[in-house]
Design a protein around this ligand. Structure first.
Ligand SMILES: Nc1ncnc2c1ncn2[C@@H]1O[C@H](COP(=O)(O)OP(=O)(O)OP(=O)(O)O)[C@@H](O)[C@H]1O
Ligand SMILES: [Mg+2]
Length: 412
């Protein structure tokens, strides 16, 4: 197998940088062949702020994955997040001019282009243009208009943009490590491929990726994204609070959070305590788990209330028949689903990576939803390979028709 028959995904997170290499097995199923990890360096709130440091960690992660897979990596699919991400909905209209007024793929391309023609500040670029639905004459809710007859074709799309500097810094850091970048993909879009079911996306779902330094929001309904945003707050806020309130170093607070943290009081055993080693010659102290919970719970509640406020303002909360799905390392804090359920008044579940072979048990965790989802995103593009017309988007060549095929598959 040659290096261009592998898929390499890179998640440059605020707490860890991971590279996964996958290939298709004899049955044609996507299978993880190598995993590489490095502690995150040079990142702040999901954004590269020190290229040299991040570059070394990227190199380390890809090297390790290459060794495990016994493959040589040339190019990678990289995730992007950070407070600079914005999602907007837009609409395009074109007249159908072809023979017999039959809509063809070029009409679809034109109507997507029309929807893409938005006024954008000079410092931003488009990452994704994802069709939500098409309208042919007065008939709405069409997922694939090709071959339909009509005079007027409209498209509704979700456009995701980032600042040029944020994506350029990711590209620069990967290029300097010696690899090319296939495509930059919004992390929550990637993660949604490994975690969300088709039914959830159809019924309406709020997808939250609580990472270390960022929380990614994605709202799907009718099978397509309608709202995306990245909040510059994550699970590290919880550790910070614990460190301040218990007057202990950050690393010690992180250890306690991982070992005994919980953010839902009803789950706490009132008799349990945690021993905190004394700092600076002071004796160890015993802290009731309830006290720890009373530090963690309000901070997580604050995060959920922030999300709820953002979505409430947009009117999306009443359209989420599929409930709430939480992933990312922050989802591992016991009580997260219970607390979210109480705040959002809707069912909540923790999202684990699924439908991928060859993944060791320890990587079947919400922390790896993004990297596995990026693999699945790319695999779906490959599976849907159609006639190729290259267009330039955000400095990266993308295969437009292949993508259209992918979007259609999502809708059917
Ligand atoms: N078992 C656990 N219990 C509680 N919290 C956990 C657990 N495991 C991981 N976390 C927390 O999850 C966070 C890391 O999550 P994740 O790996 O998704 O972040 P990241 O992808 O590196 O960051 P970001 O997406 O924000 O850039 C850390 O704050 C860590 O404390
Ligand atoms: Mg992450």
């Amino acid at each position: 197998m040659t290096s261009d028959e592998i898929i390499v995904a890179l998640d440059i997170g605020t707490s860890k940088i991971c590279a996964f290499i996958a290939e298709f097995d004899e049955e044609g199923d996507l299978t993880v062949a190598g995993v590489g990890m490095a502690a995150s360096k040079g990142l702040r709130r999901g954004v590269v702020v020190n290229i040299e440091a991040a570059m070394k960690a990227v190199e380390e992660a890809i090297d390790m994955a290459e060794q495990q897979a016994g493959r040589t990596v040339e190019s990678v699919l990289a995730g992007i997040a950070g407070g600079n991400i914005e999602g907007i909905n837009s609409r395009g209209v074109v007249a159908v001019t072809g023979k017999g007024r039959e809509i063809n793929r070029v009409d679809v391309e034109r109507v997507i282009d029309a929807a893409k023609a938005i006024v954008m500040p000079m410092d931003r670029e488009v990452l994704h243009v994802i069709p939500q639905e098409y309208i042919v004459d007065d008939q709405a809710g069409i997922k694939n208009p090709v071959d339909m007859i009509g005079v007027r074709l409209e498209s509704e799309v979700h456009i995701i943009t980032s600042t040029i500097s944020a994506s350029k810094n990711i590209i620069k850091c990967i290029n300097r490590s010696g690899y090319k970048v296939d495509e930059i993909v919004l992390e929550s879009i990637g993660a949604s491929y490994s975690v969300l079911s088709r039914d959830e996306k159809e019924l309406g779902v709020l997808f939250l990726d609580i990472g270390n330094g960022t929380t990614d929001l994605l709202v799907h309904f009718g099978g397509a994204p309608y709202y995306t945003s990245v909040l510059p707050v994550g699970a590290q806020e919880v550790t910070n609070d614990l460190s301040i309130m218990l007057n202990i170093p950050f690393d010690e607070a992180e250890r306690i959070k991982l070992q005994s943290g919980c953010c839902w009081e009803p789950l706490i055993d009132r008799n349990e305590s945690v021993i905190i080693p004394g700092i600076g010659g002071r004796p160890p102290v015993s802290v009731p788990e309830m006290r720890i919970c009373r530090i963690l719970q309000p901070r997580m509640a604050e995060l959920f209330l922030l999300v709820k406020k953002q979505l409430g303002e947009k009117g999306y909360l009443s359209r989420l028949g599929g409930g709430l799905v939480i992933t990312g390392g922050g989802a591992l804090l016991p009580g997260v689903a219970e607390l979210a359920q109480e705040i959002f008044k809707m069912p909540a579940r923790i999202g684990y990576p699924k439908n991928i072979k060859g993944l060791e048990e320890r990587y079947r965790s919400p922390e790896y939803s993004t990297v596995t989802g990026l693999l699945q995103y790319k695999a779906q593009q490959i599976e849907e390979e159609g006639p190729v017309v290259d267009i330039i988007s955000s400095g990266v060549i993308v295969d437009f028709f292949r993508r259209i095929g992918t979007w259609f598959k999502e809708f059917i």
